[in-house]
Design a protein around this ligand. Sequence first.
Ligand SMILES: [Zn+2]
Length: 488
Amino acid sequence: MIYWEKAKEYLSLFLTQAQKYINKDTFAKVEKWLKSVSWKSPKAIGALALALVIVCGGIFYLSTTTSAVGIVVNGKTIGYAPNMTEAKQFVQAILSKHGEVAGTVAQTSDQIEYDRVRVSKEKFAASAISTEVLAGSITPFIQGYGLQVGEKIAVVMANEQDIDAVLAKYKDYFAKPSDKNSVSSAEIVESFTKVPIKANPSDVKNVDQALDILVKGDVAEKKYTVQQNDTLWAIARKNDMWVEELLAGNKGLTEDSVIQPGQEIKIVKTQPYLTVIAKGTKVVDEVIPFDVVTNTDSKLATGKSVVKQEGKDGEKIVTYNYVEKNGSIVDKQVVKEEVVTQPVKQIIAKGPARAPVYVGTSRGSGSVSGLIWPISGSITSYYGYRHGGFHTGLDIDGVTGQPYTAAAAGKVTFAGWDGGYGYCIIIDHGNGVATRYGHSSKLLVHVGDTVSRGQTIGLVGSTGRSTGSHLHFEVIINGSTVNPLSYL
Ligand SMILES: [Zn+2]
C-alpha cells in the first residue's frame, strides 16, 4: 500500500501548489472530497487518477500563462499591460504628455479598448506595451486656437489668450516702445480671426515660437511691370531685394536676360504675416555732420591740399512725430530740434588743377534727406584724407557694366568726360544739393534730362583716374562735398 501513500502525498503537494491558482472554496471542496474517499476501492483509484490528470494539466496551464490586459487601438492589439489599472495609466500618460504644450490632456479619435486575457508568459514578455509603441499608435489632438490671416492659418496655439499675447508682442516687436519712443497707437492692418481648431499637439506653438513665425512671415507674390530704363538690378533695388532673389522667383530669367518695358516679372519674397502701423513720438540724438569747404589756392601745387581748419560733427536732440509701417518710417514730422553743439566746418585749401568743377548746380538751404545708395556694394574708399590727398566721395565696389541709379530725383547738369572722374554725371536735386557719379563705362542720360530716384543713369566702369572698376559717388552741398555717409 506504499504506492497509494506516495500518490496521496504527491496529490497534496500539487494541491498546495494549486492553492496559488485555484480559489479558496474550490480548494476546500477538493480537499474535503479527498478525505472522504475510501482509498482502497478501484472506483476511488480511477477517480484519483482522473483528478491527478486534471490538476496537473491545470497547474501546467496556470504556471505557463499569465493574466494580462491587451490594449486594442482601432481593433488591433498593440501590446499587453499586466493589469487594467496599468493599461489605462499607460494610455493616460501618453495623452497627458501630448497635452503638456497646451497645459491640458490631449484627446484622441482613435478607438481604444481593453481586453482581459491570459497569454503565454513568452508572448507577454515579447509584447509588453511600451511608451514608444503606444505613442506611435495613437493620434492625439487638442482643442486649440488658430490665428487665421486671410485664407491661411498662420499659427496654432493652445488658447485664445496665447494668441492675444503673441499679437501684443508682435505689435511691440515693430513699434519698439521705450522711454525715448512713446507709442500712441499700434494697429494691425490686415483682418484676422481666432478660430477654434482640432490641432495636433506637435503643431501647437508657444508665444515666442509663434512670434518668430509671424515675423518671418510667408511667401508673397506680386507682379511687376518693367518700366523704361529698368534693369534687373534696379527692379531688385526698388523692391528691396537682391538680384539673386529676384531671379529665384522667375524661372527662365538669368542675369543676362534682356528685359523689355511692359514685360511682367514676378516679385516673390517672404514678408511678415501682419502689418503694424505704429504712431508716436521719438526723441533721438542726431549727429550734425560737418561740411567741407574746399577753396582753390593757386599757391599750392597741383593735387596738393592742406587742411586750414579741422571739421567736427555737431550734435542735436530731435523730437519728431512718426508713422511707421512694420518699423520703417513712412511719415516723419520734426516737432522740436535742440542743437547741443554746432558742427565746425572743415576748410581745405587745394591746388588749382584738382579743384572740382560743379556745373550749374543750384544753391539753397542744403537740407537733404532720402538719398538712396546708387549701387549696392562694399565701400573701398571712404570720404576724407587718403594718400596725402583728400577723397571727396565714396568709392563703392562694382563691376564694369553694372548699372547704377540716381540717389534722388533731379536734373542732369553734367554728363560727359571730366578729367580724373572719367565719364561722369552730376545731378542737381535742388535746394543746393547735387550728386556726382564718376568713372562710368557708359552714361545713359544727357544734360537736361529729368531723372527719378532709383532710375538707372549709367554703368560702372574704370574711366579717368581709377585703379579698378568702381563708382565714385559724391554728395555736394552748395558747391562743397560732404560725407555721403551722413546723408544715405
Ligand atoms: Zn573715388
